[in-house]
Design a protein around this ligand. Structure first.
Ligand SMILES: Nc1ncnc2c1ncn2[C@@H]1O[C@H](COP(=O)(O)OP(=O)(O)OP(=O)(O)O)[C@@H](O)[C@H]1O
Ligand SMILES: [Mg+2]
Length: 576
């Protein structure tokens, strides 16, 4: 069996009780429905043989009504059981997708477009749900119907039965041929949907840039192209899918024609009763549904199998961040050592860092300055293991960072990435991110240190102001300072600031740095900046150029040497 179908069955199995109950109800419905022609046959035969009495007919009519009631009630029940099982699978799958995605390493996110994950969590999950809700039910129902109807037909008149089912093997042939096509084409539909989703996401996220460059039309064109591609792929898929219905109806029509011809003759010859003939045609009518259902089921399940394979590919991605137990005696108190660190980003030939070495004692401070793209942020990312450094090159608390579980390691670093990111939530909730039990007083203290408190209190609802898409947009400098305050509130022995004050003016920068002094004397502090003013008071400063350390020392030492540091200090003096 196909892997995708197997996985779907596994999902199914998790809700087996609902499924079993659903199937039981379905059996009752089928049983009742398949009995109806027999009642009709008895009545027709009794009337044609003039043996019927009025009270007897009334009784038979009541029986029919009772059967119809049973059908209605149990149909409600099986739909309830099946549909709730399917919705449950949908819920589980979607949660698992997000859960697993959150556990994946940073490498996954550098390779994956947001649209891919969105498509998985929407369209693919939906097609799995449909297969479970309708595909399997239809398959089961159709098999029961087909078996009983064909059985009953053979019981009524084996010769006629043989004649009428002659066209059925053609159906099996048709289905066999289409299966692969459905799988492949659906896979392409979903891949195209990914592209479309990603496009919409990007257009919305980049709407300001698009407007600034008056590129709405160009973007629309691009969107139109992708939309058309999705349409084309879908039509390509629909073509196979659409073959089924007419082909099945044609086959069913052929069966009826055979029945009329062969069956009519047999009734005239007296080999079969009129009642049997009528019942026979009812059963034949009932066979149309399994034929349609079989086609429908195969395409639903085939589609779902393609989708499930895509979902499984994500769920089976084992590039997850390690969650090993913390090694015994491991402690991160703040001392950092980097030894001969070489690093190239995955898939990149050119190294981003070449032989970087430095060490900071617990409670000490280090500044890293350098030109754009000199590797400053790369150092920060490796310290937090957003990417893995080579073994033995980064040591925290005297231990190789690779030996420490990432969760443990990151819990000890208050890292402010270069790109300020805030969640669409209140100011207070954003501040609580690393520490849910914060008091208002603590938040205010951190925001005062980040020279932001006054600006927050000036917002409409102060600390409870909603930020982001449905709230207030902060300025670039405000965002940076809020991210800084958030990091200050995280009780971690290492503070790592990546160009965190780049968007504030020199005066505010100095005010913040002065305020931070008390803070930085308690924790190990790393400040990355392209401005010398942000690092001049730190214990030691490292100058990076092209991924290598070109100079290091204290501010006082280096301003007296000819070199990189003196040049940037002088340049910045001139700017003032
Ligand atoms: N995810 C990545 N994949 C591949 N290459 C990367 C990645 N991130 C950065 N680089 C490359 O690594 C080099 C160093 O980048 P890095 O971000 O560390 O520079 P930086 O010193 O922080 O620059 P800036 O001052 O502009 O922030 C650059 O050449 C950059 O193109
Ligand atoms: Mg950077």
């Amino acid at each position: 069996m196909k892997q995708g179908v197997k996985s779907i069955f596994k999902e199914f199995w998790g809700h087996r009780w609902k499924v079993v109950l659903g199937l039981a109800c379905l059996l009752v419905v089928d049983g009742a429905q398949l009995t109806i022609p027999l009642v009709v046959k008895a009545v027709v035969d009794a009337i044609s043989e003039a043996t019927a009495t009025l009270p007897w007919i009334a009784k038979e009519a009541l029986i029919l009504f009772g059967l119809a009631m049973v059908v209605a009630l149990f149909r409600f029940a099986w739909r309830h059981f099946f549909f709730s099982a399917a919705r449950q699978v949908e819920l589980d799958l979607r949660n698992r997708i997000l859960d697993h995605m959150l556990a994946l390493s940073t490498r996954y996110f550098t390779k994956t477009r947001t649209g891919e994950v969105m498509a998985l969590a929407t369209n693919d999950v939906e097609s799995v749900r449909q297969a479970i809700a309708m595909g399997f039910v239809a398959g089961f129902d159709a098999s029961i119907y087909a078996l009983v109807a064909i059985g009953a037909m053979f019981w009524l008149d084996p010769v006629l039965a043989l004649w009428t089912i002659v066209p059925l093997p053609f159906l099996a042939l048709l289905m066999g041929v289409s299966l692969k096509a459905i799988y492949d084409r659906w896979d392409r539909v979903q891949a195209s949907f990914e592209g479309l989703t990603e496009k919409v996401r990007e257009s919305v996220a980049g709407i300001r840039v698009l407007r600034a460059y008056a590129q709405e039309d160009g973007d629309m064109e691009d969107f139109g192209r992708r939309s058309k591609d999705y349409y084309d792929k879908y039509m390509h898929y629909e073509k196979v899918d659409a073959v089924f219905h007419p082909a099945i109806l044609l086959l069913a029509g052929t069966c009826v024609a055979i029945l009329l011809g062969v069956g009519g003759a047999r009734v005239m010859e007296g080999r079969t009763s009129i009642g049997s003939f009528v019942a026979f045609s009812s059963y034949l009518g009932m066979l149309t549904w399994p034929m349609i259902a079989a086609g429908w089921m195969l395409s639903l399940v085939q589609r779902a199998s393609a989708s499930m394979d895509r979902i499984d590919a994500l769920l089976r991605n084992d590039d997850i961040e390690d969650d090993r137990p913390v090694p015994e005696g491991a402690r991160i108190e703040g001392d950092i050592e980097v030894r001969g660190l070489d690093f190239a980003y995955p898939g990149q030939v050119e190294p981003a860092l070449k032989g970087i070495s430095f060490s900071v004692p617990a409670g000490g401070s280090l500044g890293i300055v350098g030109e754009v793209a000199s590797g400053k942020s790369t150092v920060a990312q490796l310290l937090c293991r957003m990417y893995d450094p080579p073994a033995g090159t980064v040591l925290l608390g005297g231990r190789d960072a690779l030996e420490l579980p990432v969760g443990f390691l990151r819990a000890h670093i208050a890292y402010v990435p270069q790109e300020a990111f805030l969640f669409s939530d209140t100011v207070a909730e954003n501040l609580r991110l690393g520490n849910p039990d914060l008091t208002r007083g603590e938040m205010e203290r951190a925001c005062r240190l980040a020279a932001l408190h006054d600006e927050i209190t000036a917002l409409p609802k102060g600390y409870d102001t909603l930020l982001g898409e449905r709230g207030i947009t902060l300025s670039g400098g405000q965002k940076q300072r809020l991210c800084l305050a958030r990091a200050l509130l995280k009780p971690a022995p290492i503070l790592l600031l990546d160009d965190t004050l780049s968007a504030v003016d020199a005066q505010t920068e100095q005010a913040i740095l002065a305020g931070l002094k008390g803070e930085t004397s308690r924790r190990t502090t790393l400040v990355i900046s392209h401005r010398a003013s942000a690092v001049r008071d730190l214990d030691r400063i490292l100058c990076l150029q092209n991924g290598a350390v070109v100079q290091s020392g204290t501010h006082e030492e280096m301003v007296r040497q000819e070199g990189f540091y003196k040049v940037i200090v002088e340049l910045q003096e001139m700017e003032k």
